[in-house]
Design a protein around this ligand. Sequence first.
Ligand SMILES: [Zn+2]
Length: 718
Amino acid sequence: MPVISASTVSGASGLSKFVPISRRALKGLKEYGRKLVELELFTQYLEEWVMENLNSDSVDGMHGFSSLFTIGEMRKLDMALEGVPFQQLVRMPIFSEVSEELIEEQYLAVEDFLHAVIIGLWRTFWHKNGPLPLCVSCPSYPGSKFNSVEKAISRGRLREMRGLGLISKTSTDSKIKWDQVVEFAIFKPELLLDNALRVSANTICEALFYGFHVLVSRSLSKISSVNSDSVFLLVLDSKSGVVIKFSGDLGKLDLSNSSNPYLSVAEWIKTYAEICITPAEPIWNQLGNPNWGDIGALQILLATFYSIAQWNGPPRKSVATLISDHSFRLQKRRTECCIIETENALVPYYDHQDGEIVEVDQNDLFSNNRPSRLKLKHGDIVVLDDPQQGQRSFQIHEYLVRGNYYLYSAICLDHPLALLSLYVGAHTSRLEPSWEDMSLWYQVQRQTKVLNILRNQGILSKYLPEIVASGRIVHSGYCNKESPGGKCDHPWCGTPILVTSPVGEPLSSVVSNEGTFSADGAMRLCRDCLVALRSAAIANVQHGDICPENIIRVVEKQGNIRNHHNQAMYVPISWGRAVLEDRDSPAINLQFSSSHALQHGKLCPSSDAESIVYIVYFITGGTMSQQDSIESALQWRENSWAKRSIQQHLGQVSALLKGFADYVDSLCGTPYPVDYDIWLTRLNKAVEGSADKGKMIEEVAITLRLEDAAESSGASGP
Ligand SMILES: [Zn+2]
């Protein structure tokens, strides 16, 4: 497997030395360049030969274009680029009809794509800051001026454009010339690649035509310092792309035939030039965004990487360095996986004897059919295969966390009256779990485990979420998975789902929509959360991730609702980060985690209660500055407790809440358990005293015997 470096390119002769050409030859070359302007004529001389080479099998020798990049090279680049944001702002529109407007949009998308390629590569490998030495610009014929796509559109001349050049901005002259072309892309808005993904001989001839002009311009150039006789050419359409590497020693071109340069050039290409070509691979996904990790985009990235290296020298940060950085991150991620792995490992974890980079079947890595995150919309029906209850159907109402497609409200079609919370997990076939997938793993698989533990220990409380159903999604169409835990090729197959009750609005959105809480509302919230924490503590479970997103306000249906704060109840949800045993680590939240969690990555018995104090402080209007590091978050806590500023603020809201904060302050960091009962008695008195008589809040936590819990778990519909 070749090692990627700026000085080696596989499949070709590499960056062979450019042979200086005599003055007389330069003159002849200039004339050829000037005369060779008819693409059609050029194609006539070459098309048949190109077709033969395209169709012949390169394995058996004489003919056939060599392949360009190895899978190994591309995998290395892919690994080095892990986490690099390639931001494409304009999507590739994909419609069956071709209109002028559409072509404009497609050109803009290609231009934006190439921009993203340059910026991503340059910032990653060469220079983090500073000006970009490259830009994208379009010519209309060999030797013509260059324009931006936008300018060509505004002048109505887009149809005349013949492709897009990646241009080196080395010259101080603002006018772009052909000898500044680093890499050249031809774009065929109309589909060039049929369903078999084959590029036509005609199109290759067109690419070679411009490639020849680039090589000639470079060798005639006074400014170009590129001592290479090769150029990378891209052929793109609205779905796929091909990379061609075109190289040859122009010194061997017969310059004596100035009456018919086409013949000489064609002969030179057939005899002396080397053409390597990649397979056509999809670049854009169904939404028009490039799939950066896919082989199609990687081919373009790799060609551009080599092209930039040709012009600007080897990268300051090598591919190997970036891969080793990546290995370090991967190791950390694995450690995290190991810590949370249990016997029922649901996140794929590949064990490697030598600690090397993950090795999987190449087809898995470069499958064009990558699992996509399941996104549901209002009215969608989700069928779930629950191992305990069989198939259950849920209809999506809406998604609950803005911008995130993992938590929805939904109804069970068997009990359509009650809204439920539906969590969608990450597809389990991914090569390695991303952080996002890990957080979904916590939300779905691990939360399922934690809620089951609570239920099996007989802990049942209306202030705790309850599992309604859990299992894997049943997708439409044929499923040929081999075992109940297996999966087929369907992108959603095996996606885990958790349905819980109740559903409600996260505290974060309540506060942003309705402002700060009254004393009554804050006491009610504090009481409800302490009830939940007390119940869980009976089973030795701590929440570990108390924050405004993980507490919901549930408005009870019965009674008339005059005041949300009085009628609502609050339920801590998202128990996936719960701490069950010493080796479990809680989530880290710079604003709401306890000092102990921030400092040691562990909880002490009063940690959840400490987080509740921060929550109460926050919802009653206490000022919390945004923290940007664990150090500053710890500093804020230390100062606040030392100056008693949290108690001072709470004292203006409620003496009881201030007392609770004092109590928690005395416990923080100690091994002593929280005496929930004392505080629940006091808070109950305050809350019920202020509520309507007769609307007594029912007894806090009901600890059922195991058999009762098992009975009730069967009737999981609310
Ligand atoms: Zn399936």
